[in-house]
Design a protein around this ligand. Structure first.
Ligand code: PLP
Length: 490
Protein backbone atom coordinates (compact mmCIF):
# COMPACT_ATOMS: atom_id res chain seq x y z
CA UNK A 1 0.00 0.00 0.00
CA UNK A 2 1.10 3.58 -0.62
CA UNK A 3 2.62 5.38 2.39
CA UNK A 4 0.04 7.25 4.42
CA UNK A 5 0.40 10.92 5.27
CA UNK A 6 -1.49 12.34 8.24
CA UNK A 7 -4.40 14.66 7.37
CA UNK A 8 -4.57 18.14 8.96
CA UNK A 9 -7.46 16.97 11.15
CA UNK A 10 -5.49 13.97 12.29
CA UNK A 11 -2.56 16.25 13.18
CA UNK A 12 -4.86 18.65 15.09
CA UNK A 13 -6.25 15.74 17.11
CA UNK A 14 -2.74 14.44 17.86
CA UNK A 15 -1.80 17.92 19.10
CA UNK A 16 -4.90 18.06 21.29
CA UNK A 17 -4.11 14.59 22.70
CA UNK A 18 -0.59 15.73 23.57
CA UNK A 19 -1.67 19.09 24.96
CA UNK A 20 -4.28 17.63 27.28
CA UNK A 21 -2.32 14.49 28.12
CA UNK A 22 -2.62 14.72 31.88
CA UNK A 23 -6.36 15.40 32.03
CA UNK A 24 -6.93 12.60 29.50
CA UNK A 25 -4.89 10.26 31.70
CA UNK A 26 -7.10 11.29 34.63
CA UNK A 27 -10.23 10.60 32.58
CA UNK A 28 -8.97 7.15 31.59
CA UNK A 29 -8.15 6.44 35.23
CA UNK A 30 -11.64 7.52 36.30
CA UNK A 31 -13.73 6.06 33.47
CA UNK A 32 -11.61 3.27 32.04
CA UNK A 33 -11.40 2.19 28.42
CA UNK A 34 -12.99 2.32 25.95
CA UNK A 35 -13.57 6.06 26.21
CA UNK A 36 -14.99 8.60 23.79
CA UNK A 37 -13.25 11.94 23.98
CA UNK A 38 -14.31 15.29 22.49
CA UNK A 39 -12.16 18.42 22.16
CA UNK A 40 -14.49 21.37 22.59
CA UNK A 41 -12.14 23.83 20.86
CA UNK A 42 -12.41 21.75 17.70
CA UNK A 43 -16.23 21.81 17.89
CA UNK A 44 -16.09 25.59 18.26
CA UNK A 45 -13.77 25.91 15.29
CA UNK A 46 -16.13 23.91 13.08
CA UNK A 47 -19.13 25.97 14.24
CA UNK A 48 -17.20 29.18 13.52
CA UNK A 49 -16.54 27.94 9.98
CA UNK A 50 -20.30 27.84 9.32
CA UNK A 51 -20.93 31.18 11.04
CA UNK A 52 -18.21 32.90 9.01
CA UNK A 53 -19.43 31.60 5.65
CA UNK A 54 -23.01 32.63 6.41
CA UNK A 55 -21.99 35.98 7.91
CA UNK A 56 -20.18 36.79 4.68
CA UNK A 57 -22.56 35.35 2.11
CA UNK A 58 -26.03 35.10 3.59
CA UNK A 59 -26.50 36.55 7.07
CA UNK A 60 -30.22 35.77 7.39
CA UNK A 61 -29.49 32.23 8.44
CA UNK A 62 -29.42 29.73 11.29
CA UNK A 63 -27.03 26.91 12.02
CA UNK A 64 -28.72 24.06 13.84
CA UNK A 65 -26.73 21.29 15.48
CA UNK A 66 -28.10 17.91 14.37
CA UNK A 67 -28.43 16.38 17.83
CA UNK A 68 -28.51 12.80 16.51
CA UNK A 69 -24.85 13.09 15.57
CA UNK A 70 -23.87 13.25 19.27
CA UNK A 71 -27.03 12.82 21.30
CA UNK A 72 -26.13 13.78 24.85
CA UNK A 73 -26.66 16.77 27.13
CA UNK A 74 -23.01 17.90 27.00
CA UNK A 75 -23.05 18.15 23.22
CA UNK A 76 -26.35 20.03 23.18
CA UNK A 77 -25.15 22.38 25.94
CA UNK A 78 -21.99 23.05 23.95
CA UNK A 79 -24.06 23.80 20.84
CA UNK A 80 -26.28 26.16 22.85
CA UNK A 81 -23.24 28.02 24.20
CA UNK A 82 -21.91 28.40 20.68
CA UNK A 83 -25.18 30.07 19.70
CA UNK A 84 -26.39 27.19 17.54
CA UNK A 85 -29.95 25.97 17.30
CA UNK A 86 -30.94 22.30 17.18
CA UNK A 87 -32.28 19.84 14.63
CA UNK A 88 -34.22 17.34 16.73
CA UNK A 89 -34.95 13.85 15.42
CA UNK A 90 -37.15 12.74 18.28
CA UNK A 91 -39.23 13.93 21.18
CA UNK A 92 -36.31 13.38 23.53
CA UNK A 93 -33.81 15.30 21.40
CA UNK A 94 -36.38 18.07 21.21
CA UNK A 95 -36.79 18.12 24.98
CA UNK A 96 -33.07 18.08 25.75
CA UNK A 97 -32.54 20.99 23.35
CA UNK A 98 -35.16 23.06 25.20
CA UNK A 99 -33.81 22.02 28.59
CA UNK A 100 -30.28 23.03 27.60
CA UNK A 101 -31.45 26.53 26.72
CA UNK A 102 -32.02 26.42 22.97
CA UNK A 103 -35.15 28.47 22.37
CA UNK A 104 -38.02 26.92 20.43
CA UNK A 105 -37.62 29.29 17.49
CA UNK A 106 -34.10 27.93 17.01
CA UNK A 107 -35.26 24.31 16.82
CA UNK A 108 -36.52 22.34 13.83
CA UNK A 109 -38.47 19.22 14.78
CA UNK A 110 -37.67 16.44 12.33
CA UNK A 111 -38.74 12.80 12.14
CA UNK A 112 -40.85 10.68 9.79
CA UNK A 113 -42.93 9.00 12.51
CA UNK A 114 -43.46 11.66 15.14
CA UNK A 115 -45.38 10.46 18.19
CA UNK A 116 -48.45 12.29 19.48
CA UNK A 117 -46.40 13.42 22.50
CA UNK A 118 -43.75 14.85 20.19
CA UNK A 119 -46.45 16.66 18.21
CA UNK A 120 -47.95 18.04 21.44
CA UNK A 121 -44.52 19.28 22.50
CA UNK A 122 -43.91 20.93 19.12
CA UNK A 123 -47.28 22.66 19.16
CA UNK A 124 -47.00 23.88 22.73
CA UNK A 125 -43.49 25.28 22.17
CA UNK A 126 -44.17 26.96 18.83
CA UNK A 127 -41.08 25.37 17.21
CA UNK A 128 -40.83 24.85 13.47
CA UNK A 129 -41.88 21.38 12.42
CA UNK A 130 -40.41 19.81 9.32
CA UNK A 131 -43.43 17.81 8.25
CA UNK A 132 -42.89 14.43 6.67
CA UNK A 133 -46.32 13.21 5.55
CA UNK A 134 -50.00 14.06 5.18
CA UNK A 135 -51.06 12.25 8.37
CA UNK A 136 -48.62 14.35 10.34
CA UNK A 137 -50.09 17.51 8.81
CA UNK A 138 -53.54 16.44 9.99
CA UNK A 139 -52.49 15.63 13.53
CA UNK A 140 -50.41 18.80 13.84
CA UNK A 141 -53.26 20.89 12.53
CA UNK A 142 -55.84 19.23 14.84
CA UNK A 143 -53.58 19.59 17.87
CA UNK A 144 -52.81 23.22 17.07
CA UNK A 145 -56.43 24.10 16.32
CA UNK A 146 -57.48 22.66 19.71
CA UNK A 147 -55.08 25.06 21.34
CA UNK A 148 -56.19 27.87 19.05
CA UNK A 149 -52.71 28.38 17.65
CA UNK A 150 -51.14 28.00 14.25
CA UNK A 151 -47.99 25.97 14.15
CA UNK A 152 -45.28 27.02 11.66
CA UNK A 153 -44.39 24.21 9.25
CA UNK A 154 -41.71 23.37 6.76
CA UNK A 155 -42.67 20.85 4.10
CA UNK A 156 -39.98 18.21 3.71
CA UNK A 157 -39.28 16.96 0.19
CA UNK A 158 -37.74 13.98 -1.55
CA UNK A 159 -37.63 12.71 -5.12
CA UNK A 160 -34.58 14.63 -6.34
CA UNK A 161 -31.88 12.99 -8.50
CA UNK A 162 -29.61 12.41 -5.53
CA UNK A 163 -28.95 8.69 -5.29
CA UNK A 164 -25.41 7.31 -5.48
CA UNK A 165 -23.80 10.16 -3.54
CA UNK A 166 -23.60 8.28 -0.25
CA UNK A 167 -24.49 4.83 1.08
CA UNK A 168 -27.99 3.76 -0.03
CA UNK A 169 -29.14 3.55 3.59
CA UNK A 170 -27.98 7.10 4.24
CA UNK A 171 -29.51 8.87 1.26
CA UNK A 172 -32.58 10.83 2.31
CA UNK A 173 -33.86 13.08 -0.48
CA UNK A 174 -33.66 10.83 -3.55
CA UNK A 175 -36.55 8.77 -4.97
CA UNK A 176 -36.13 5.67 -2.76
CA UNK A 177 -36.34 7.07 0.73
CA UNK A 178 -38.94 7.00 3.48
CA UNK A 179 -38.60 10.73 4.17
CA UNK A 180 -40.79 13.58 2.98
CA UNK A 181 -43.17 14.32 0.11
CA UNK A 182 -42.28 13.78 -3.56
CA UNK A 183 -41.42 17.06 -5.25
CA UNK A 184 -43.91 16.43 -8.03
CA UNK A 185 -46.74 16.59 -5.48
CA UNK A 186 -45.57 19.95 -4.13
CA UNK A 187 -48.55 21.98 -5.35
CA UNK A 188 -51.12 19.66 -3.71
CA UNK A 189 -49.14 19.70 -0.46
CA UNK A 190 -48.94 23.49 -0.43
CA UNK A 191 -52.73 23.57 -0.90
CA UNK A 192 -53.23 21.10 1.98
CA UNK A 193 -51.22 23.38 4.27
CA UNK A 194 -53.16 26.44 3.15
CA UNK A 195 -56.46 24.64 3.95
CA UNK A 196 -55.37 23.42 7.40
CA UNK A 197 -56.66 25.67 10.18
CA UNK A 198 -53.85 24.90 12.64
CA UNK A 199 -50.92 25.33 10.25
CA UNK A 200 -48.91 28.31 9.11
CA UNK A 201 -46.76 27.65 6.06
CA UNK A 202 -43.18 28.71 6.81
CA UNK A 203 -41.17 27.08 4.06
CA UNK A 204 -39.57 24.00 2.61
CA UNK A 205 -36.92 21.55 3.75
CA UNK A 206 -34.82 18.68 2.46
CA UNK A 207 -31.84 16.76 3.73
CA UNK A 208 -29.65 14.92 1.23
CA UNK A 209 -28.11 12.31 3.53
CA UNK A 210 -24.85 12.15 5.38
CA UNK A 211 -21.19 12.47 4.33
CA UNK A 212 -22.13 14.01 0.99
CA UNK A 213 -18.66 14.56 -0.40
CA UNK A 214 -19.54 15.50 -3.98
CA UNK A 215 -20.60 19.14 -4.54
CA UNK A 216 -22.78 18.06 -7.47
CA UNK A 217 -25.27 16.58 -4.98
CA UNK A 218 -25.67 19.92 -3.23
CA UNK A 219 -25.86 21.76 -6.56
CA UNK A 220 -28.80 19.54 -7.52
CA UNK A 221 -30.37 20.05 -4.13
CA UNK A 222 -30.04 23.84 -4.40
CA UNK A 223 -31.44 23.95 -7.93
CA UNK A 224 -34.48 21.87 -6.92
CA UNK A 225 -35.08 23.78 -3.70
CA UNK A 226 -34.92 27.15 -5.45
CA UNK A 227 -37.38 25.85 -8.08
CA UNK A 228 -39.70 24.66 -5.28
CA UNK A 229 -39.40 28.03 -3.55
CA UNK A 230 -40.36 29.77 -6.79
CA UNK A 231 -43.46 27.53 -6.97
CA UNK A 232 -44.34 28.56 -3.42
CA UNK A 233 -44.13 32.22 -4.39
CA UNK A 234 -46.17 31.57 -7.55
CA UNK A 235 -48.88 29.91 -5.43
CA UNK A 236 -49.25 33.17 -3.50
CA UNK A 237 -47.87 31.90 -0.17
CA UNK A 238 -45.10 33.72 1.60
CA UNK A 239 -41.87 31.89 2.23
CA UNK A 240 -40.01 32.66 5.40
CA UNK A 241 -37.51 29.77 5.56
CA UNK A 242 -35.60 27.30 3.41
CA UNK A 243 -33.96 24.41 5.25
CA UNK A 244 -31.21 22.62 3.33
CA UNK A 245 -30.56 20.04 6.06
CA UNK A 246 -27.11 18.71 6.88
CA UNK A 247 -24.84 16.07 5.37
CA UNK A 248 -21.71 18.22 5.00
CA UNK A 249 -18.72 15.92 4.67
CA UNK A 250 -15.49 15.49 6.57
CA UNK A 251 -12.26 14.11 5.13
CA UNK A 252 -11.45 10.93 7.03
CA UNK A 253 -8.33 10.44 4.92
CA UNK A 254 -6.19 12.66 2.73
CA UNK A 255 -6.87 12.98 -0.98
CA UNK A 256 -3.74 10.92 -1.73
CA UNK A 257 -4.89 8.14 0.60
CA UNK A 258 -8.36 8.16 -0.89
CA UNK A 259 -7.04 7.90 -4.45
CA UNK A 260 -4.59 5.16 -3.39
CA UNK A 261 -7.27 3.17 -1.59
CA UNK A 262 -9.57 3.18 -4.61
CA UNK A 263 -6.71 2.15 -6.92
CA UNK A 264 -5.52 -0.64 -4.58
CA UNK A 265 -9.04 -1.98 -4.13
CA UNK A 266 -9.61 -2.04 -7.88
CA UNK A 267 -6.31 -3.82 -8.42
CA UNK A 268 -7.30 -6.39 -5.82
CA UNK A 269 -10.75 -6.93 -7.37
CA UNK A 270 -9.10 -7.48 -10.75
CA UNK A 271 -6.50 -9.91 -9.40
CA UNK A 272 -7.05 -13.69 -9.44
CA UNK A 273 -8.54 -14.86 -6.14
CA UNK A 274 -5.34 -16.22 -4.62
CA UNK A 275 -2.87 -13.48 -5.41
CA UNK A 276 -2.42 -9.96 -4.13
CA UNK A 277 -3.34 -8.52 -0.78
CA UNK A 278 -6.87 -7.94 0.45
CA UNK A 279 -7.82 -4.32 0.97
CA UNK A 280 -11.31 -4.99 2.31
CA UNK A 281 -12.65 -7.75 4.57
CA UNK A 282 -13.93 -10.63 2.40
CA UNK A 283 -12.76 -8.53 -0.56
CA UNK A 284 -16.13 -6.78 -0.68
CA UNK A 285 -16.12 -4.14 -3.43
CA UNK A 286 -17.30 -1.04 -1.47
CA UNK A 287 -18.01 1.73 -4.02
CA UNK A 288 -17.25 -0.63 -6.92
CA UNK A 289 -20.23 -2.79 -6.02
CA UNK A 290 -22.01 -3.88 -9.19
CA UNK A 291 -19.18 -2.64 -11.42
CA UNK A 292 -17.34 -5.18 -13.54
CA UNK A 293 -13.73 -4.83 -12.38
CA UNK A 294 -12.47 -5.07 -15.96
CA UNK A 295 -14.30 -1.86 -16.96
CA UNK A 296 -11.60 0.58 -18.09
CA UNK A 297 -12.08 3.22 -15.45
CA UNK A 298 -14.99 2.23 -13.24
CA UNK A 299 -16.34 5.03 -11.15
CA UNK A 300 -16.93 4.86 -7.41
CA UNK A 301 -20.58 4.96 -6.36
CA UNK A 302 -21.73 5.78 -2.86
CA UNK A 303 -20.04 7.05 0.23
CA UNK A 304 -16.69 8.82 -0.14
CA UNK A 305 -14.21 9.41 2.67
CA UNK A 306 -12.47 12.48 1.31
CA UNK A 307 -13.99 15.71 -0.01
CA UNK A 308 -12.54 18.76 -1.71
CA UNK A 309 -15.30 20.70 0.10
CA UNK A 310 -15.30 19.61 3.74
CA UNK A 311 -17.80 21.05 6.25
CA UNK A 312 -18.46 24.78 5.77
CA UNK A 313 -16.50 24.83 2.49
CA UNK A 314 -19.43 22.86 1.04
CA UNK A 315 -21.89 25.46 2.33
CA UNK A 316 -19.79 28.18 0.71
CA UNK A 317 -19.93 26.22 -2.54
CA UNK A 318 -23.72 25.86 -2.28
CA UNK A 319 -24.16 29.60 -1.89
CA UNK A 320 -21.72 30.64 -4.59
CA UNK A 321 -22.02 28.14 -7.45
CA UNK A 322 -23.91 29.31 -10.53
CA UNK A 323 -27.25 27.71 -11.38
CA UNK A 324 -28.06 27.02 -15.07
CA UNK A 325 -29.46 30.59 -15.35
CA UNK A 326 -26.10 32.04 -14.25
CA UNK A 327 -27.26 33.24 -10.83
CA UNK A 328 -25.84 31.95 -7.57
CA UNK A 329 -27.90 30.36 -4.82
CA UNK A 330 -27.34 33.42 -2.62
CA UNK A 331 -28.66 35.67 -5.43
CA UNK A 332 -31.67 33.41 -5.94
CA UNK A 333 -32.42 33.54 -2.23
CA UNK A 334 -32.26 37.33 -2.35
CA UNK A 335 -34.68 37.30 -5.33
CA UNK A 336 -37.05 35.21 -3.19
CA UNK A 337 -37.17 37.94 -0.54
CA UNK A 338 -34.25 36.60 1.55
CA UNK A 339 -35.97 33.83 3.51
CA UNK A 340 -34.09 32.48 6.54
CA UNK A 341 -31.63 29.85 5.38
CA UNK A 342 -31.42 26.93 7.80
CA UNK A 343 -28.58 24.42 7.77
CA UNK A 344 -28.35 21.38 10.03
CA UNK A 345 -24.79 20.07 10.26
CA UNK A 346 -24.09 17.22 12.66
CA UNK A 347 -21.19 15.07 11.52
CA UNK A 348 -19.12 18.03 10.32
CA UNK A 349 -19.44 19.79 13.69
CA UNK A 350 -18.55 16.81 15.82
CA UNK A 351 -16.64 14.11 13.91
CA UNK A 352 -13.36 15.96 13.63
CA UNK A 353 -13.48 16.92 17.31
CA UNK A 354 -13.56 13.38 18.66
CA UNK A 355 -11.39 10.34 19.20
CA UNK A 356 -12.05 6.97 20.78
CA UNK A 357 -9.48 5.31 23.01
CA UNK A 358 -9.52 1.53 23.26
CA UNK A 359 -7.26 -1.23 24.50
CA UNK A 360 -5.70 -3.76 22.15
CA UNK A 361 -6.51 -7.29 23.31
CA UNK A 362 -4.67 -9.36 20.73
CA UNK A 363 -3.60 -9.88 17.15
CA UNK A 364 -3.96 -12.76 14.72
CA UNK A 365 -3.77 -13.52 11.05
CA UNK A 366 -6.86 -14.41 9.00
CA UNK A 367 -6.03 -15.78 5.54
CA UNK A 368 -2.71 -14.00 5.78
CA UNK A 369 -4.26 -10.68 6.81
CA UNK A 370 -3.31 -9.10 10.14
CA UNK A 371 -6.34 -8.60 12.43
CA UNK A 372 -6.13 -6.55 15.64
CA UNK A 373 -8.83 -7.19 18.26
CA UNK A 374 -9.92 -4.23 20.35
CA UNK A 375 -11.87 -4.06 23.58
CA UNK A 376 -14.49 -2.07 21.66
CA UNK A 377 -17.57 -3.43 19.96
CA UNK A 378 -19.27 -2.23 16.83
CA UNK A 379 -22.15 -1.25 19.11
CA UNK A 380 -19.91 1.52 20.44
CA UNK A 381 -18.38 2.39 17.11
CA UNK A 382 -21.30 1.60 15.01
CA UNK A 383 -21.38 3.42 11.70
CA UNK A 384 -19.82 0.33 10.16
CA UNK A 385 -23.15 -1.40 10.51
CA UNK A 386 -24.59 0.90 7.83
CA UNK A 387 -21.54 1.34 5.65
CA UNK A 388 -17.99 0.15 5.96
CA UNK A 389 -16.41 3.34 7.10
CA UNK A 390 -12.75 4.31 7.16
CA UNK A 391 -11.15 5.88 10.21
CA UNK A 392 -7.46 6.63 10.79
CA UNK A 393 -6.09 4.67 13.76
CA UNK A 394 -2.78 4.73 15.66
CA UNK A 395 -1.18 2.77 18.46
CA UNK A 396 -0.02 5.00 21.32
CA UNK A 397 2.56 6.11 22.12
CA UNK A 398 4.15 6.43 18.68
CA UNK A 399 7.77 5.24 18.77
CA UNK A 400 10.81 6.17 16.69
CA UNK A 401 11.31 2.57 15.53
CA UNK A 402 7.64 1.96 14.61
CA UNK A 403 7.20 -0.24 11.53
CA UNK A 404 3.82 0.40 9.86
CA UNK A 405 1.43 -2.48 9.25
CA UNK A 406 -1.89 -2.64 7.38
CA UNK A 407 -4.52 -4.48 9.41
CA UNK A 408 -8.21 -5.09 9.85
CA UNK A 409 -9.69 -4.18 13.25
CA UNK A 410 -12.08 -6.51 15.10
CA UNK A 411 -14.45 -5.66 17.95
CA UNK A 412 -15.34 -7.78 20.99
CA UNK A 413 -18.90 -8.86 20.27
CA UNK A 414 -19.88 -12.44 19.69
CA UNK A 415 -20.70 -12.16 16.01
CA UNK A 416 -18.37 -12.19 13.04
CA UNK A 417 -19.68 -8.95 11.58
CA UNK A 418 -18.32 -7.00 14.56
CA UNK A 419 -15.42 -5.47 12.69
CA UNK A 420 -14.30 -2.02 13.75
CA UNK A 421 -12.69 -1.63 10.35
CA UNK A 422 -13.51 -3.80 7.38
CA UNK A 423 -11.10 -1.71 5.35
CA UNK A 424 -7.43 -2.28 6.12
CA UNK A 425 -6.02 0.65 8.07
CA UNK A 426 -2.40 1.56 8.35
CA UNK A 427 -1.22 1.26 11.95
CA UNK A 428 2.13 2.72 12.96
CA UNK A 429 3.14 -0.72 14.34
CA UNK A 430 1.84 -4.16 15.18
CA UNK A 431 0.49 -3.65 18.71
CA UNK A 432 0.85 -5.84 21.77
CA UNK A 433 -2.04 -6.73 24.08
CA UNK A 434 -2.62 -3.97 26.61
CA UNK A 435 -1.43 -1.20 24.29
CA UNK A 436 -3.76 1.67 23.59
CA UNK A 437 -5.28 2.40 20.18
CA UNK A 438 -6.68 5.78 19.23
CA UNK A 439 -9.37 5.94 16.54
CA UNK A 440 -9.61 9.43 15.06
CA UNK A 441 -12.66 11.41 13.89
CA UNK A 442 -15.18 9.52 15.98
CA UNK A 443 -17.01 12.56 17.38
CA UNK A 444 -20.18 11.96 15.34
CA UNK A 445 -22.44 8.91 15.27
CA UNK A 446 -19.73 6.39 16.27
CA UNK A 447 -20.37 6.49 19.99
CA UNK A 448 -24.13 6.43 19.91
CA UNK A 449 -25.69 5.30 16.69
CA UNK A 450 -25.81 1.64 17.59
CA UNK A 451 -24.97 1.97 21.26
CA UNK A 452 -26.42 -1.08 22.95
CA UNK A 453 -25.62 -3.64 25.58
CA UNK A 454 -24.89 -6.38 23.08
CA UNK A 455 -23.17 -9.34 24.76
CA UNK A 456 -23.75 -7.63 28.12
CA UNK A 457 -21.09 -4.98 27.59
CA UNK A 458 -21.66 -1.62 29.30
CA UNK A 459 -21.65 1.57 27.22
CA UNK A 460 -18.36 3.42 27.61
CA UNK A 461 -17.95 6.89 29.05
CA UNK A 462 -17.89 10.04 26.95
CA UNK A 463 -15.90 13.06 28.14
CA UNK A 464 -15.06 16.45 26.68
CA UNK A 465 -11.97 18.57 27.26
CA UNK A 466 -11.97 22.34 26.83
CA UNK A 467 -9.04 24.54 25.81
CA UNK A 468 -8.01 25.00 29.43
CA UNK A 469 -7.79 21.20 29.95
CA UNK A 470 -10.96 21.11 32.05
CA UNK A 471 -12.82 17.83 31.86
CA UNK A 472 -16.60 17.70 31.36
CA UNK A 473 -18.43 14.38 31.61
CA UNK A 474 -20.82 13.95 28.68
CA UNK A 475 -21.83 10.41 29.65
CA UNK A 476 -20.79 8.26 32.60
CA UNK A 477 -19.69 4.76 31.66
CA UNK A 478 -22.38 2.23 32.52
CA UNK A 479 -21.78 -0.19 35.35
CA UNK A 480 -22.62 -3.89 35.56
CA UNK A 481 -25.79 -2.90 37.44
CA UNK A 482 -26.80 -0.44 34.71
CA UNK A 483 -26.77 -3.33 32.25
CA UNK A 484 -28.15 -6.21 34.35
CA UNK A 485 -29.73 -4.43 37.33
CA UNK A 486 -28.92 -5.28 40.97
CA UNK A 487 -29.22 -8.88 42.18
CA UNK A 488 -32.82 -9.75 42.98
CA UNK A 489 -34.28 -6.67 41.31
CA UNK A 490 -36.16 -8.69 38.71
C1 PLP B 1 -32.96 16.00 8.85
C2 PLP B 1 -31.51 15.87 9.15
N1 PLP B 1 -30.78 16.99 9.30
C3 PLP B 1 -29.45 16.93 9.58
C4 PLP B 1 -28.81 15.73 9.71
C5 PLP B 1 -27.34 15.73 10.01
O1 PLP B 1 -26.58 15.17 9.00
P1 PLP B 1 -25.01 15.22 9.12
O2 PLP B 1 -24.66 14.70 10.45
O3 PLP B 1 -24.51 14.37 8.03
O4 PLP B 1 -24.61 16.66 8.95
C6 PLP B 1 -29.52 14.54 9.56
C7 PLP B 1 -28.83 13.25 9.64
O5 PLP B 1 -29.06 12.31 8.94
C8 PLP B 1 -30.92 14.60 9.28
O6 PLP B 1 -31.64 13.50 9.15
Amino acid sequence: MAPRTPSPTHVALDKALARHESVIAAAVEAFGLPLHLIFKDEVEQSANGYKQVLGRLYPNSRVLFAVKSNPCRGAVRTAARLGLGADAASEHEFRVALEEGISAERIVANGNAKTSRYIEAIVSSGALSSVDNADEFEELSRTAAKRRVRVPVLVRFRGMPLSGFTADDQTTAAEWTKFGFPIDEADQVFEQVARSPGLRFAGISAHVGTQIADPVAYERLAVHMIALAQRVRASGQSLSAIDLGGGYPVSFVTQAEWVALQAELLERLRAPADCGESVTWTDFPMGYDGVAPDTDSPSWVGKAYWSAFPASAMLEHILTFRHPDGRTTAEHLADLGSPTLIVEPGRSLMATAGVTLAEVRGTKSVLGNPVVSLDLGITNHGTNLITNDIFPVAILPRKADDLPVDAFLAGRLCFSGDMISKVKVRLNRTPHPGERAVIYLTGAYCADHFASNSCGFPLPGKVAVDGASRLEVWRHPQTFEDVFGPVGAV
